[in-house]
Design a protein around this ligand. Structure first.
Ligand code: SF4
Length: 289
């Protein structure tokens, strides 16, 4: 496989065949993100992508899923993306699902019909970083989209028939705006009604603008219990029809996995127990991104 630079994928794609179709991220401006610092975004040459698919056809016969890396690969022009999906279908007929990262911009650039065609060609799940449902926070972290854009584009992905997985970040709004961030994120999640929500806890990355704000005293990093209180407010304000809300990423202080709405009350009760000191939180040295 022709991997270049940092390869990231959602935790749920750990066993997937990772085919890198782009290098870096087309946005690369979010203030908390250091994944692709200094990396120029580019779509990889078709010949290289086809070689990697051929490699997977020989050596990855046991893996049933494919994930197309890197950040925001949905930005690839429709014709080129369709060719990649078609080749996966032809050469890896045992693959049951293809996943990809997207953002509001790349979803906006494709029409609903184009998205439906991608769906028909095997693209099954879209992962999108919502981070927050609070407009001011989204602006501060330079996400490039507001809450309404996120709602419209998230709904568009669902209308096209994709499974949709959204990521939110606990602590991303700092202390003063924590409650508002939690409430608004719950509101936006409810409006989109994704299939999966993954809550990460903010970890500051040296070299990022947010880290510099923190060092200058302009950003307050929440304490573990404050992150947990934020998670509680977020879940209390989130109404999903049948979504899985999980906060079991390595960055989190209390692993949580709940099917909403069925397990909502039980999970809030669990968080309350942790807040009351009856359940131990993960120690700092065991956290990771
Ligand atoms: S958070 Fe996602 S969209 Fe933002 S710069 Fe990082 S990879 Fe790109």
């Amino acid at each position: 496989m022709h991997y270049e630079g940092t390869i990231i994928r959602p935790p749920s794609e750990a066993n997937s065949i990772l085919i890198q179709v782009t290098v870096g991220c087309s946005r690369n401006k979010c203030t908390f993100c250091g994944t692709y610092t200094g990396e120029r975004f580019r779509i990889k040459p078709e010949s290289i992508i086809m070689e990697d698919i051929a490699f997977a056809a020989h050596y990855c016969k046991r893996q049933r899923r494919v994930f197309l890396c890197d950040g925001d690969a949905l930005i690839i022009p429709q014709k080129r993306l369709l060719k990649i999906l078609q080749e996966i279908k032809n050469q890896l007929p045992w693959v049951t699902r293809v996943g990809i990262y997207a953002n509001a911009k790349s979803l906006k650039m494709k029409s609903l019909d184009e998205l439906k065609i991608l769906r028909e060609h095997g693209l099954g799940i879209i992962y999108m970083g919502l981070e927050s449902g609070d407009d001011l926070t989204l602006k501060k972290i330079n996400k490039g989209a507001g809450a309404q854009d996120m709602i419209t584009m998230g709904r568009k992905a669902k209308a096209a028939g994709f499974k949709l997985s959204l990521t939110v970040i606990l602590g991303i709004a700092g202390r003063q705006r924590s409650r508002h961030h939690a409430e608004e994120t719950g509101r936006v999640l409810s409006a989109i009604d994704p299939d999966y929500v993954g809550a990460l806890s903010l970890m500051l990355i040296p070299g990022t603008p947010l880290f510099e704000d923190y060092e200058a005293g302009d950003f307050v990093l929440l304490e573990p219990r404050e992150m947990l209180a934020e998670l509680r407010t977020m879940i209390a304000n989130t109404n999903l029809n049948h979504g899985l809300f999980h906060a079991n990423h390595a960055s989190n202080y209390l692993p949580i996995r709940a099917r909403l709405p069925k397990e909502k009350a039980a999970i809030i009760d669990l968080i309350d127990q942790a807040l009351a000191g009856k359940i131990a939180l993960k120690p700092e040295y065991m956290r990771a991104l």
